[in-house]
Design a protein around this ligand. Sequence first.
Ligand code: ADP
Ligand code: MG
Length: 657
Amino acid sequence: MNLEEIKGIGPKTIKVLEKLDITFLEDLLEYYPYKYNVLARTNLSETIDNPGLITGTIESLPKVAYIRKNFNSMSFRVITENKIIKVMIFNRGFMKKNIIIGKNISLIGKYNNKSNTFIASDIKFEVIDIPKIEPVYHLIKGITNKQMNKIILNILESRIDLRDYIPYDYINKYNFIDKISAVNEIHNPSDKKMFNEAKKRLIYEELFKFMFKMNYLKYKRTKMDYGLDRKVDYAKVEEFISNLPFELTKDQEKAAKDIYNDLTTKKRMNRLLLGDVGSGKTVVSEIALYINYLGGYQGVLMAPTEVLANQHFNTISKDLKNMKVALLVGSQKAAEKKKILSDLSDGKIDVLIGTHAILSDNVIFNNLGLVITDEQHRFGVNQRKIIQNKGVMTDILYMSATPIPRTYALALYGDMDLSIIKTKPSGRKEIKTVVKKESEIKDVLECIWSELKLGHQIYVVAPLIEDEETSNINDIKKIKENLDKAFGKKVNIGILHGKMKKDAKNKVMNEYKNKKIQILISTTVIEVGVDVKNATIMVIYNSERFGLATLHQLRGRVGRNDFESYCYLICNQDIERLKVMEESNDGFYISERDFKLRGQGDLLGIKQSGDMIFKIADLKRNYQVLLQAKEDSEKYLNNFDNNVLYRDIMTSLDINN
Ligand code: ADP
Ligand code: MG
């Protein structure tokens, strides 16, 4: 059945629903309410202090006053509890025609007994006698809450056949209620017990389906999806490693070995390299690129920002001396780009490093064998697919500096293999972290001064205020003025913010790297990856505005040497969350705390990537269910012979991946 065939859905509504990403019946049924209002009648006198719901009969025609554009008030009289009161409601002028004398209605709002006026926030054109639960949907202009609910209930009444994604054995095992009843209950709750049963079942189903897909992708990759199998002598890799200026940590070594195994066997690599900021992922990516090169293929590394791409290019082209490494970013001149593109397709370039510019259609490789993405969560699924498809059977390595506990990672990235770098390069000290009020800024300035005297450098982060970039620039300027006042002209202070042109940004970054600038004030553009070993202090203004994961990443800009390093979190309130930063330098611990405090929303920037937005499940609250679903779906996949339930899903996964 199509949406058009549903009672209450015309062409106009179809358009509105499209905007909400609803194109199929199932989308609509899975458009779950985000909350529920409990509607229960109260006495008029009870609504003086707290809002409540009263019922009454309309006694007069309405008067509408149009106060200004998009603002009107409508008033009329109502008889309730044997007396006449005045009702006032804002911005419901469009309902004027429905206010008919003698009609019984319910009103939600507060009563002012002095003026005998009920200020209503909502009108229901029905008498609510027995308590009623009203689902509330996230909506946009063009459709009302009531309409939405009505449409959905219409569908449910028409006895449609809804696919149940929970295998029969598990429905039995967990005693789940049937799918239609569950969906019905969510959109039209009858009682608490049933409602909870419905939620339980739908959450499990969503997570089971998700984990099944993950497991299936992994299964398919290991069992059926062949990759390039390169002939590479590990001795050569070892030689490369022994020529590095430092010894690899155990975890780096293990990661390199994992990658070597993936790249030199038929198995197609799909690996996530997870490691805290500063844990040394870049060198692992170099080793991967080197193995791939020895195997006879081109490699590509994609970074989310130009600053980062530049930096990777500088390090990697230095380390991979025998290879031809090139950079491709948006700001390059056309002629320069053209040369790189033709060299690339001729196979004269061994490794290409760049930003999103690499995704462009005219970027054609001669024989791409390995794709590496840095900060993988910043790229969407489609972007990753585009780059992968520039080669045949390419191996893939994702890098992420957002450490998440291993168990979460296993669940979230269930379709990938994992290499985790937990140990930091030796010699690293803990970064001393202190929360300070702005009134205590003198302490911070003193510390900055003594570090400057040692020839070290400082980062200062001013937060980016949403939609008000000008005032943010003012914030930065003010901070600069204060620092200028404190340290005089001997200290050079640079500014870096999102509105600057790329050339200007690179210039400032380079001056900072070359120590021409001692203090760098910036917005969070420096968040990812930037590596200036000489920096020892990170000052973060309005630190309460950042999530712990971001704070940890920012702090990771310092402490990249064996100098003592400091992080000052400036915040004028007492915020429990920030204490976690004082307590720990362990990204995995911090992310676990952050996850517990704030939930999945901030973890990994999942929302940003849109890879994984659950409709009813919540990874934090339903984590145990997720683990159960993981286990169950693995078992199910292993005994999966002629089961038809997931055939469609598998087919669509085969096409899309
Ligand atoms: P990230 O994991 O954040 O990308 P980087 O790869 O930028 O970290 O590494 C941070 C710094 O540590 C770099 O300057 C790098 O040269 C250095 N480094 C990496 N591995 C080691 C090691 N095993 N011993 C000492 N220093 C290392
Ligand atoms: Mg890195």
